[in-house]
Design a protein around this ligand. Structure first.
Ligand code: FES
Length: 79
Protein backbone atom coordinates (compact mmCIF):
# COMPACT_ATOMS: atom_id res chain seq x y z
CA UNK A 1 0.00 0.00 0.00
CA UNK A 2 1.58 3.31 -1.00
CA UNK A 3 1.64 6.21 1.45
CA UNK A 4 2.78 9.80 1.36
CA UNK A 5 5.21 11.02 3.99
CA UNK A 6 6.36 14.63 4.19
CA UNK A 7 10.02 15.36 4.86
CA UNK A 8 11.35 18.90 5.23
CA UNK A 9 14.97 18.05 6.07
CA UNK A 10 17.52 18.53 3.31
CA UNK A 11 20.38 16.71 4.98
CA UNK A 12 21.22 13.85 7.33
CA UNK A 13 21.42 13.56 11.11
CA UNK A 14 25.04 12.80 11.95
CA UNK A 15 25.34 10.28 14.76
CA UNK A 16 28.09 11.19 17.16
CA UNK A 17 31.13 8.94 16.78
CA UNK A 18 31.19 8.46 20.54
CA UNK A 19 27.67 6.97 20.43
CA UNK A 20 28.53 4.10 18.09
CA UNK A 21 32.03 3.02 19.07
CA UNK A 22 34.55 1.93 16.46
CA UNK A 23 32.35 2.23 13.34
CA UNK A 24 32.85 5.99 13.05
CA UNK A 25 30.28 8.54 11.94
CA UNK A 26 26.96 7.30 10.67
CA UNK A 27 24.55 9.65 8.92
CA UNK A 28 20.84 8.92 9.27
CA UNK A 29 18.67 9.96 6.32
CA UNK A 30 16.26 12.72 7.28
CA UNK A 31 15.21 13.66 3.73
CA UNK A 32 13.52 10.35 2.90
CA UNK A 33 15.25 9.90 -0.46
CA UNK A 34 18.02 7.47 0.46
CA UNK A 35 18.22 4.19 -1.38
CA UNK A 36 19.97 2.81 1.69
CA UNK A 37 17.42 3.96 4.27
CA UNK A 38 17.76 4.54 7.20
CA UNK A 39 21.29 5.55 6.30
CA UNK A 40 22.15 8.59 4.19
CA UNK A 41 23.50 7.79 0.72
CA UNK A 42 23.86 11.38 -0.48
CA UNK A 43 20.52 11.45 -2.32
CA UNK A 44 19.55 14.54 -0.28
CA UNK A 45 21.69 16.58 -2.70
CA UNK A 46 18.67 16.51 -5.03
CA UNK A 47 16.92 18.89 -2.59
CA UNK A 48 19.66 21.55 -2.69
CA UNK A 49 17.87 23.79 -5.20
CA UNK A 50 14.35 23.48 -3.80
CA UNK A 51 12.56 26.80 -3.41
CA UNK A 52 11.06 27.77 -0.04
CA UNK A 53 7.27 27.67 -0.03
CA UNK A 54 6.99 25.16 -2.87
CA UNK A 55 5.92 21.53 -2.66
CA UNK A 56 7.80 18.75 -4.41
CA UNK A 57 7.15 15.09 -5.02
CA UNK A 58 10.04 12.73 -5.64
CA UNK A 59 9.17 9.42 -7.17
CA UNK A 60 10.74 6.20 -8.25
CA UNK A 61 12.63 3.47 -6.50
CA UNK A 62 15.75 4.09 -8.53
CA UNK A 63 18.66 6.48 -8.06
CA UNK A 64 17.02 9.10 -10.28
CA UNK A 65 14.57 10.38 -7.61
CA UNK A 66 12.60 12.16 -10.33
CA UNK A 67 11.26 15.43 -8.90
CA UNK A 68 7.99 17.17 -9.70
CA UNK A 69 6.71 20.46 -8.33
CA UNK A 70 3.12 20.06 -7.14
CA UNK A 71 0.52 22.82 -7.04
CA UNK A 72 -1.18 21.83 -3.79
CA UNK A 73 -1.74 19.00 -1.39
CA UNK A 74 -5.40 18.16 -0.82
CA UNK A 75 -6.59 15.92 2.00
CA UNK A 76 -9.87 14.08 1.49
CA UNK A 77 -10.81 14.40 5.17
CA UNK A 78 -10.29 18.17 5.35
CA UNK A 79 -13.14 20.71 5.35
S1 FES B 1 19.65 12.83 4.23
FE1 FES B 1 18.53 11.55 2.96
S2 FES B 1 19.99 10.76 1.62
FE2 FES B 1 21.10 12.05 2.88
Amino acid sequence: MPREITHEATGPKIVDEDDIGEKGDIAICMCGLSGDYPFCDGSHRATADEDDGKLYKYEGDDDENTRHEIAEMVFTDSD
